[in-house]
Ligand binder design. Structure first.
Ligand code: ATP
Ligand code: MG
Length: 470
C-alpha cells in the first residue's frame, strides 16, 4: 500500500516536473544543462535562512557559491531537506576569513562548518581530479583504491564528477537562481534511478561507504539502483571492513533511524551488506535454503525497524540503544547458552560475560559510543529483573530510569515468542497503569514464590531456557 502511494507521489512529481524541464543549454560544456528559475520548483522560501546568508556572503566576497547535494535533490522532490550543503571555489582557509563563526573540520575531506546556533551549514570547496596530484597532504589512496585523503581542489565541473550519485550532483546558484545539472541527475531523479557517477567499481573502491549510501537513497526516496551501479555491490561489500567503525556507526544511524529503516534493512541483506555491519547477527541468519521461515532474531529485527519507522513518521523519539538492544538480543542469548555449556558458568555470570563480549565484538564494526552501550547493558540486565516481581523487586525495577525501554524490549520479545512472556508483558502493562494499591495487590497475587527446595530445579530450568521466570 505504502509503496503504491509513494509510486503515485513520484508519478505526480514527474508529471509536475516534465513540462517544466525544458533544458536550456547555456554553457560550452557539453554535459551541462541549466534549468532557469521559471522551469524548476526551488523557491528561496524553502531554503534555510542561514544557508542563504552563507551563499550571499560568499558571493559578495567574489566567490562562486551553490547549494548542492541532498538539499537540491530533496527540494526538487518537494521534500524538506535534512540539511543544507554549500559548495564554493573558496578554499577552507578563505572561507574561514569570510565567516567569524567558522570551524574547519575533517582530515580525509576538509570542510568548513559555519555555525548558527544549532544549525550548521557545511561548506565544501570544489573537489578536483586526483590523477596528476602527487602531494600526499591533499591526495592519498590505499592499496585497495580507497581515497584516504580527498583534498584536491578544482572547478565546479570537476566537483560535479567527484560527487557520488547523479541525483546528488545538482547545483542551485544563488546568483541567478538556476539549477545546474552536469551529470544528468535531473533525468535520473525523474526516472527514479540511483546511478553512481563514473565507473561504479572504481567509485565504490574509492569510498566503500557509497554502497551504503546507494541503499539509503534507494530506500529513502523509493528509487531503484541502476543495474551497473548495483551489480558490483555484492562482491565489493567486504571492503566495508576498511572503514573506521566510528563512521559506520554514523552511517548505521542514518540507515536505521531516519524513517526507512525496514526498507534499508531489506536492501542491505539483499546486497550482502548487512553482515559487514553486524557479523555477529549474520552468523545466526536462517540459511537461504530455509527461506520463508525466519528465526526469532530476524523477526525481532524486522519488528523493531517497523516500529522505529512508525515512531519517526509520527514524530516520536527514537533511541539507538533500544534498537541495538533488540538487534543483538538473540545473539546474546545464544552466547549465554554457549558460555554456560562450555565454561560451566551460572546463568547470571554467563549472561553478564555475554553482554560485554557481544558489545565488544559489535563495536569492532560499528563503534557504538559508551554512553549508548551502557544503556544497552541496562536494558538487557533489566530483562532478567523484569521476570522477578516478588516482594519489592517489581517496584525497584519500575523505578529504574531505563524501565520504559526495558519494558518495550520485553513487549517486543513477547510479540515474537508469545507464551509466558506475553503474560509477563501484560502484567507489566497493567502494573504501570495502576494505582499504588493495585500494584501491591498485583505483586501479592503473583503465583506463589517457589520454595527454597525447588530452587535447584528452577536454576536448571533457567540454564535450559535462557531467561529467568518469576
Ligand atoms: P542526506 O543529507 O539527505 O542524507 P545528502 O545527499 O545531502 O543526503 P550528505 O552526506 O549530506 O548527503 O552529503 C552531501 C553531498 O555531498 C551529497 O549529496 C554528495 O553530493 C556529496 N557526498 C557525500 N558523501 C559522499 C561520498 N562518500 N562520495 C562522494 N560524494 C559524497
Ligand atoms: Mg545533506
Amino acid at each position: 500500500m505504502f509503496k503504491q502511494i509513494s509510486r503515485f507521489y513520484r508519478k505526480l512529481f514527474r508529471s509536475q516536473l516534465q513540462p517544466k524541464h525544458v533544458a536550456v543549454r547555456e554553457s560550452s560544456t557539453d554535459n551541462l544543462t541549466i534549468i532557469p528559475r521559471k522551469q524548476h520548483s526551488i523557491s528561496r522560501q524553502s531554503i534555510s535562512e542561514n544557508a542563504l546568508k552563507v551563499l550571499y556572503r560568499l558571493n559578495k566576497q567574489g566567490y562562486e557559491a551553490y547549494l548542492v547535494g541532498g538539499c537540491v535533490r530533496d527540494l526538487l522532490l518537494g521534500k524538506r531537506p535534512k540539511d543544507f550543503d554549500v559548495t564554493t571555489n573558496a578554499t577552507p582557509e578563505q572561507i574561514q576569513k569570510v565567516f567569524r563563526n567558522c570551524r574547519l573540520v575533517g582530515r580525509r575531506f576538509k570542510l568548513a562548518h559555519i555555525l548558527f546556533g544549532k544549525e550548521i551549514i557545511e561548506v565544501a570547496t570544489f573537489r578536483g581530479n586526483h590523477e596528476n596530484e602527487k602531494n600526499p597532504n591533499t591526495s592519498k589512496r590505499s592499496q585497495n583504491g580507497m581515497l584516504l585523503r580527498d583534498n584536491v581542489y578544482g572547478t565546479i565541473e570537476e566537483d560535479a564528477k567527484r560527487r557520488d550519485f547523479t541525483i546528488n550532483s545538482l547545483y542551485y546558484s544563488i546568483k541567478d537562481f538556476t539549477v545546474r545539472d552536469y551529470c544528468h541527475g535531473l533525468s535520473d531523479l525523474q526516472n527514479g534511478i540511483v546511478r553512481l557517477i563514473g565507473d561504479p567499481e572504481t567509485r565504490y573502491r574509492e569510498d566503500p561507504v557509497r554502497m551504503l549510501r546507494a541503499i539509503r537513497f534507494a530506500a529513502k526516496l523509493d528509487l531503484v539502483i541502476e543495474k551497473s551501479s548495483a551489480e558490483p555491490i555484492k562482491h565489493l561489500a567486504p571492503l566495508l571492513r576498511h572503514i573506521p567503525a566510528a563512521r559506520l556507526f554514523d552511517e548505521s544511524l542514518k540507515l536505521f533511524q531516519t524513517g526507512k529503516g525496514y526498507a534499508c534493512y531489506q536492501l542491505l541483506r539483499e546486497y550482502h551488506l548487512f553482515g559487514q555491519l553486524f557479523p555477529i547477527i549474520e552468523k545466526l541468519f536462517t540459511p537461504t535454503l530455509n527461506k520463508g521461515t525466519s528465526s526469532n532474531m530476524e523477526r525481532i529485527i524486522e519488528q523493531v525497524l517497523k516500529n522505529t519507522d512508525y515512531r519517526i513518521e509520527n514524530n516520536k523519539g527514537v533511541n539507538p540503544a533500544f534498537l541495538f538492544s533488540a538487534f543483538l538480543w538473540y545473539p546474546l542469548n545464544e552466547l549465554t547458552q554457549n558460555l554456560m555449556q562450555e565454561s560451566g558458568l551460572t546463568y547470571h555470570d554467563a549472561f553478564s560475560v555475554a553482554c560485554s563480549d557481544i558489545l565488544h565484538e559489535q563495536c569492532k564494526t560499528i563503534a557504538i559510543p559508551r554512553r549508548i552501550t551502557s544503556v544497552i547493558n541496562d536494558i538487557w540486565h533489566l530483562q532478567i529483573r523484569l521476570s522477578k516481581r516478588f516482594g519489592k523487586r517489581a517496584f525497584s525495577v519500575y523505578e529504574h530510569n531505563k524501565f520504559r525501554a526495558a519494558y518495550d524490549l520485553l513487549e517486543l520479545r513477547a510479540s515474537i515468542e508469545k507464551g509466558e512472556l506475553l503474560e509477563q508483558a501484560k502484567w507489566w502493562d497493567e502494573f504501570q497503569h495502576s494505582t499504588s494499591e493495585v500494584q501491591h495487590a498485583m505483586v501479592k497475587n503473583l503465583p506463589h514464590k517457589p520454595k527454597q527446595r525447588k530452587r535447584k530445579s528452577v536454576r536448571n530450568h533457567r540454564k535450559k531456557n535462557g531467561v529467568d521466570k518469576a
